[in-house]
Design a protein. Structure first.
Length: 339
């Protein structure tokens, strides 16, 4: 198994030498000398309202058109560029909000059955859990503070640390002391025999598993700043070989950086709220998300239910909806960047 980690290491964007020149972007990642660079372009993003009316909305957004890709991007990912979902003004959520198409907030849902969903303008629900972002001005990311770790309801650590919620990272990375505490506490609860170390497997703690066996894994619970609990619903990764099955704790050790990756987001609708500067979460199967905080559309137009790609610029008569949720219909690029 190859280790595919897309963690932003540094960036340089919106480098416009003059009003008539191309604006270059460049992003470097931690994983295997991985990087992407190219130019910033504008195009129309075709969306539909996430309600019973399914009204069409066209939005002009900026994204990165990739020209040079290195590292992991040459090994099967094959991205065409970069679409910004971060905190800066050029990101898609910020652009949609600036144009009056909804709140500056969006959600991403990661289902246990590999179903995914992204909604722009989504504030989540009134009963969701929340924690404030801990933003560093020099490097603004979706950084949060974890104040306590609880494994199996028994092993409790009061260690406090910051971590970045990054959907572009497949697996969670933690530095010590958090990594060692979670790993060793997890191991103390597992009854299966340890699987031997394998250079092809990036995980340290792995265990044998029979075909009909259910893993005896403990609960993993994180307490966020503010006191709300975040229960990791699926902390393990399953593997199948010719010799049988085994599973691993889906956690990697890092040096000086903490990332909550996709695997720890499974089973939740994660809300990245720029307006309130909070991260929200609520258990979800990624199908029934119609109870988010939205308001009805006021428009005399009746857009078609099916949205077809268009080559023209968005009409000035496109319906504008405040506090409304947009579901992405067509992705312009194949790679998402949170930071």
């Amino acid at each position: 198994m190859q280790q595919h980690l897309l963690i932003l290491l540094s960036s340089s964007s919106n480098q416009c030498l003059s009003a008539n020149s191309d604006c270059a972007y460049s992003y470097a990642y931690v994983s295997n000398d991985t990087s992407t660079s190219g130019i910033l372009v504008e195009d129309v993003l075709h969306l539909i309202t996430d309600d019973d009316q399914s009204k069409a909305v066209d939005a002009l957004v900026t994204f990165g058109c990739g020209k040079n890709e290195t590292g992991t991007f040459l090994e099967g990912a094959a991205p065409n560029g970069l679409i910004g979902l971060g905190l800066n003004n050029i990101s898609v959520p910020s652009t949609l909000a600036r144009n009056g198409l909804g709140p500056n907030s969006f959600s991403m849902c990661f289902g246990s059955n590999v179903i995914g969903r992204i909604n722009f303008g989504d504030n989540g629900t009134s009963d969701q859990k929340e924690t404030p972002f801990t933003v560093e001005p020099s490097f603004p990311t979706y950084n949060i503070t974890i104040t306590q770790i609880n494994i199996g309801g028994v092993n409790v650590s009061q260690v406090e640390f910051n971590a970045i919620f990054d959907s572009g990272t497949s697996f969670t990375l933690l530095s010590d002391p958090a990594y060692t505490f979670i790993s060793e506490s997890f191991n103390s609860h597992v009854t299966e025999k340890r699987y031997p170390s394998d250079s092809q497997i990036p995980f340290e703690y792995c265990y044998y598993l029979s075909a009909k066996q259910i893993p005896s894994t403990p609960t993993v619970n994180l307490t966020m700043k503010g006191g709300d609990q975040y229960f990791v619903t699926d902390p393990i990764v399953l593997f199948s070989t010719q010799a049988g099955y085994f599973y691993c704790l889906g956690l990697l050790k890092s040096e000086g950086i903490n990332i909550i990756g996709q695997n720890f987001m499974t089973g939740y609708r994660i809300v990245f709220n720029h307006d309130k500067m909070v991260l929200g979460w609520k258990a979800s199967n990624c199908y029934n998300d119609s109870n988010s905080q939205t308001s009805p559309t006021n428009s005399s137009q009746s857009p078609a239910l099916a949205v077809n790609p268009k080559s023209t610029a968005p009409s000035s008569h496109s319906p504008k909806m405040k506090a409304f949720t947009y579901a992405l219909v067509m992705l312009l690029v194949s790679f998402f960047a949170i930071v």
